[in-house]
Write a protein that binds this ligand. Structure first.
Ligand code: F6R
Length: 589
């Protein structure tokens, strides 16, 4: 949420920062700005809207040190005044996070005569740094940080100094270590192809970057070392590679994500097995799509391994009072590893003494520093704001975890089944015909996704994806709940899409389909079961999925619904990669 980039080196800093911001645009695209140090003076450009609006200026601005920002508005509407960078008294900053005590700090600064130019919480930061500045930027940033409550990934520059000072608390900052140049950014994609090594700041760290050196220190200014990693961000993942949108490209990468996740799991299998030994209760948590993957995971743990599992939204769980008894394990599912609610729920359980597993696509993220065990999802960079391939990766990682707890012989069979998941997804995407259904969605006044059991978990994902990128109202419900209220919404303009893949529950879901047809609603049936296909042929829009076992069905049905959402967004001329009001990596509350 909000992307920040900094560069100190010998190239045109504005251009380097502009390129980095383009790669971080999935973190927010309400406005963007760059500040460049040019012969000791700071020049700032800003614009409302997407980063590309800065392109022509980025090519003109001269200077070798720059910081930049792409914004997801939290405090203050998207406007030029609220766009970062913010400047005061020769200092300029960019900030990702939320300063929770900004009103109090602002009031004090105003009483001292400061005049604020924006509605942002971030402006208090620059005014405090300017107030504390006495010739040493690092010291001024440290003094300012002492007063801040909330979260920040912060970059500051000061007129006359060729350095960037970075600070981190509960919002990510990654440092890129180059040859004669150094970088800092919110996320690894900004550094793809730019430098060989990276290191990650931890909460409470500060860093001073120049072209030749990076010094990391604590709040006393004492130098500290952080682990240096190879920079694995791939430039290829950041290009469309011939696809019209990242969403469809990434959906097609779901099969390789599952394959790679299985291989990555193998490498950590022994450690994972040991850590799971004796577990008698599992709590799964996550937000949005990750939560939906966790709902599928619950079925795997209970039905394949016989271990009790519950699923909680991370944003709720973090404020609960959990009772830790027996061998309880928290499994936090998060693509980015930086989602504030998921990270804080994990921290709560860790502090209470529970074992924490992180199922994540980001191996240097905050969640990996909290977790006892990291279960990798090998999706590579996911650029589209809407998650696709990471969902398939998360579901496969949870399936593998459940197999670790199930009986040996059963596990062997189920593992062989999982090897079929990549082909199942490819076959689904190749054969599926959702054009007519996408047209129906686009015309409907509301779209409801319904299912039972594992199909209900997938219905929620289908509904979220459609809302997120098509802006169509609706919801996901258990098919059993329809008659308890939702049926009142059904008329000839509403569309109800039933997902039916579980043979044991098919007849029950079919009853709900019949009830909806009887009340004149538009109906779609998305099913892998031939008997259900024949039952509703000519009476509903039937979308055929490849036949598959119950536990593999989410790979097919979720891919189908993600593709349906994509087609609907394209039909409605929406940008599926950058839905309005949203951003990837929700690092704020
Ligand atoms: C939906 C989507 C979001 C994320 C959610 C959690 O398409 O992408 O709902 O799934 O914000 O993000 P992570 O997995 O990074 O914790």
């Amino acid at each position: 949420m909000c992307g920040i980039v900094g560069y100190a080196g010998s190239e045109s800093a504005a251009k380097v920062v502009y390129d980095g911001l383009k790669k971080l645009e999935y973190r927010g695209y309400d406005s963007a700005g760059i500040a460049v140090m040019n012969f000791g003076r700071i020049e700032v450009i800003k614009s409302v809207g997407r980063v590309e609006k800065l392109e022509k200026y980025a090519h003109i601005l001269e200077g070798n040190v720059a910081i930049g920002h792409t914004r997801w508005a939290t405090h203050g509407k998207p406007s030029t005044a609220n766009a970062h960078p913010h400047s005061a008294g020769g200092i300029t900053i960019v900030h990702n996070g939320i300063i929770e005590n900004y009103a109090e700090l602002k009031q004090k600064l105003v009483s001292e005569g400061e005049i604020f130019l924006s509605e942002t919480d971030s402006e208090v930061i620059v005014r405090l740094i300017a107030k504390f500045y006495e010739g040493n930027l690092l010291n001024a940033v440290i003094k300012c940080a002492e007063l801040l409550k909330g979260s920040y990934a912060l970059l500051a520059i000061c007129e006359g100094k060729n350095e960037i000072v970075a600070a981190r608390y509960r919002s990510p900052v990654i440092i890129g270590l180059g040859d004669g140049c150094n970088f800092c950014a919110s996320d690894e994609p900004a550094l793809a192809g730019k430098c060989k090594h990276v290191c990650v700041l931890e909460d409470g760290d500060f860093a001073v970057l120049t072209a030749d050196e990076v010094k990391i220190c604590d709040s006393l200014g004492k130098e500290i070392k952080r682990q240096v990693w190879l920079n694995t961000a791939e430039p290829a993942a950041l290009s469309l590679g011939g696809y019209p949108h990242f969403m469809i490209k990434e959906l097609w990468e779901a099969p390789s994500t599952v394959k790679n996740t299985v291989s990555a799991f193998r490498q950590r299998e022994e450690q994972i097995k040991d850590a799971l030994s004796g577990v008698d209760k599992i709590i799964l948590t996550g937000c949005g799509t990750a939560y939906h993957a966790a709902l599928v995971g619950k079925r795997y743990f209970e039905e394949l391994a016989g271990v009790e599992a519950t699923v909680e939204y991370a944003g709720e769980l973090r404020y609960n009072t959990p009772i830790i008894s027996g061998h309880i394990v928290l499994i936090a599912v998060t693509q980015s590893g930086e989602t504030a609610d998921t990270v804080e729920a994990a921290r709560l359980f860790k502090n209470l003494g529970a074992k924490v597993f992180a199922v994540t696509n980001s191996l240097h993220s905050e969640i990996t520093r909290i977790a006892d065990v990291v279960v990798p999802v090998a999706a590579g960079s996911e650029i589209c704001v809407a998650a696709t391939k990471s969902y398939s990766g998360q579901v496969s990682a949870l399936y593998l975890l459940a197999l670790q707890l199930s009986e040996k012989e059963v596990a062997k069979e189920l593992l062989t089944e999982l090897y079929g998941a990549p082909d199942l997804i490819s076959q689904t995407l190749q054969d599926i015909d959702v054009y007519a259904l996408a047209e129906m969605c686009a015309r409907a006044s509301g779209v409801y996704f319904l299912g039972r059991g594992i199909d209900y978990a997938v219905a929620l994902e289908g509904s979220l994806k459609l809302k997120e990128i098509s802006y169509l109202a609706g919801g996901g419900y258990p098919a059993s709940e329809l008659k308890h209220g939702t049926l009142a919404l059904i008329d000839n303009k509403t569309l109800s899409a039933f997902i039916i893949t579980d043979p044991d529950l098919a007849a029950k879901s079919a009853n709900a389909v019949e009830q909806t047809i009887s009340r004149g609603g538009m109906v779609a049936v998305i099913t892998s079961l031939p008997e259900v296909q024949s039952q509703f042929a000519h009476r509903a829009e039937v979308v055929k999925l490849p036949e598959c076992g119950k536990y593999l069905s989410p790979f097919a049905s979720a891919a189908a619904l993600q593709y349906l959402a994509y087609r609907t967004a394209v039909t409605l001329n929406r940008d599926p990669d950058k839905p309005r009001n949203l951003a990837k990596s929700v690092t704020v509350e």
